[in-house]
Unconditional design. Structure first.
Length: 420
């Protein structure tokens, strides 16, 4: 469904309500807890709460932990969770069984595969990325180079120059598939192919992709990937992350965080580390069971949906959002920074404004929750399972009023919390 050909006279709240009524994904909205009076456009930062989580966690707390106690590691399937949930996530990212495991945070998982990839590509020294990559990814590279004391070098090139920058000295290309600020999306298959042509290994960060669109790591011949569980997978704040390692690489090295659950026989309690076979060697410490249970609820819900329909709706919502902002908020200093072309856009739309921070705070105070990213970005994420077309219409009316009346100038909207 597209709305790009609509005009301001054709497009009304009623026409959008009619679109919502025929939306094939509309029934999923009732599967999430959404507070009354809130228009939520920050699912690309923290996904909404699936309604199944409360009962599932209550069971885990009272029956599995309360009654089952330590026995539940066996009887409730706690021990197998990292691999079980990993295999479910694999279906969302075009991976095969036993190529994905859930463990630790995105940053820790990235450190694991960076370390492994460096060893797999001896003699090459460049780790290539872009300056607008998510900062933690770049921090992990810097920390690894410092730790190794090696002659590896982090080289940053603008997104448009990445393909040409890959050369024979490139050991690793590390990119986020969908840019966290702008929503611009890389061509995964083409960049991976160029990396392999030059003998480099490819690492993809899927934090802003998984659960929002189809991803095909196998089709792209990717080497490694990581991603978080708390955005579009709706796993809850601080949900564990996942790591993908193509089967062809799993037997050739051990990751550096040699924790006991990555051991071939953890309960042999052998003092000498022996890595597990396959994807299991990417485990380290004991998994956070309650958090992983919540994540599994979110992943199970995602598996009920058609990712291709989600992508279609996401693009339509992005087109609609851009159109309405440009029609109803023109002349107030908003500038589109997200690609207009949906083929290279993730599931978000971002606008810049010199007063981006207080404008977003005013929106939040009026029930529209997006987020702000430095230096001046208002970011609106579209989660197709619970965001409606009418939500977008109502949001633009509120935004237009805030801009027209300069509501953002109030002192309370200038104050910054720890999280923006």
């Amino acid at each position: 469904m597209t709305v790009t050909q609509s005009t301001s006279t054709q497009l009304t709240r009623e026409t959008l309500a009619a679109m919502d009524a025929t939306d094939a994904l509309a029934s999923f909205r009732d599967k999430f807890y959404l507070p009354e009076g809130v228009l939520y456009f920050d699912g690309n930062s923290l996904g909404a709460l699936p309604k199944t989580v409360e009962d599932r966690l209550q069971k885990a707390i009272t029956q599995e932990w309360g009654d089952g106690l330590v026995r539940s590691w066996n009887t409730a399937g706690w021990y197998e969770m990292p691999r079980r949930v990993g295999n479910k996530i694999a279906k969302l990212i075009g991976a095969k069984d036993d190529e994905v495991v859930v463990a630790d945070s995105t940053s820790v998982n990235l450190f694991k595969i960076l370390s492994a990839a460096v060893k797999l590509n001896p003699g090459k020294h460049i780790i290539l990325s872009e300056p607008d990559n998510f900062p933690t990814d770049l921090y992990m590279v810097q920390g690894l180079i410092q730790l190794l004391g090696s002659d590896h070098k982090l080289v940053l090139k603008p997104a448009a120059e990445i393909m040409d920058a890959i050369d024979e000295d490139t050991a690793i290309v590390m990119l986020t598939h969908v840019n966290y600020r702008t929503g611009a999306m890389h061509d995964m298959k083409a960049i991976t192919a160029k990396a392999h042509q030059k003998g480099a290994l490819m690492i993809w960060d899927l934090c802003h992709s998984v659960g929002a669109m189809p991803v095909d790591l196998t089709g792209a011949n990717a080497d490694f990937a990581i991603g978080c569980g708390y955005k579009y997978l709706n796993g809850g704040p601080g949900a564990p992350a996942f790591v993908y390692v193509a089967a062809r690489h799993q037997a050739h090295f051990s990751q550096p965080l040699a924790g006991w659950l990555g051991h071939a026989r953890p309960f042999a309690f052998d003092w000498k580390y022996q890595p597990a076979e396959g994807i299991g060697r990417y485990l380290a410490g004991t998994q956070p069971v309650l958090s992983m249970i919540a994540l599994e609820c979110g992943v199970d819900l995602m598996l009920e949906a058609d990712l291709s329909l989600m992508r279609q709706k996401s693009l339509a919502m992005g087109d609609l959002f851009i159109q309405l902002v440009e029609e109803q908020c023109s002349g107030y200093g908003l500038e589109l920074v997200t690609p207009r072309n949906g083929a290279i856009r993730g599931s978000q739309v971002s606008f810049s404004h010199p007063q981006g921070f207080p404008i977003m705070q005013a929106l939040i105070a009026h029930g529209v929750i997006g987020d702000y990213r430095e230096p001046n970005i208002l970011r609106f994420g579209f989660t197709p399972l619970y965001v409606s077309y009418v939500d977008i219409w109502d949001t633009i009316q509120i935004l237009a009023t805030i801009l027209r009346e300069h509501t953002w100038e109030k002192p309370e909207f200038q104050r910054r919390g720890n999280v923006t």
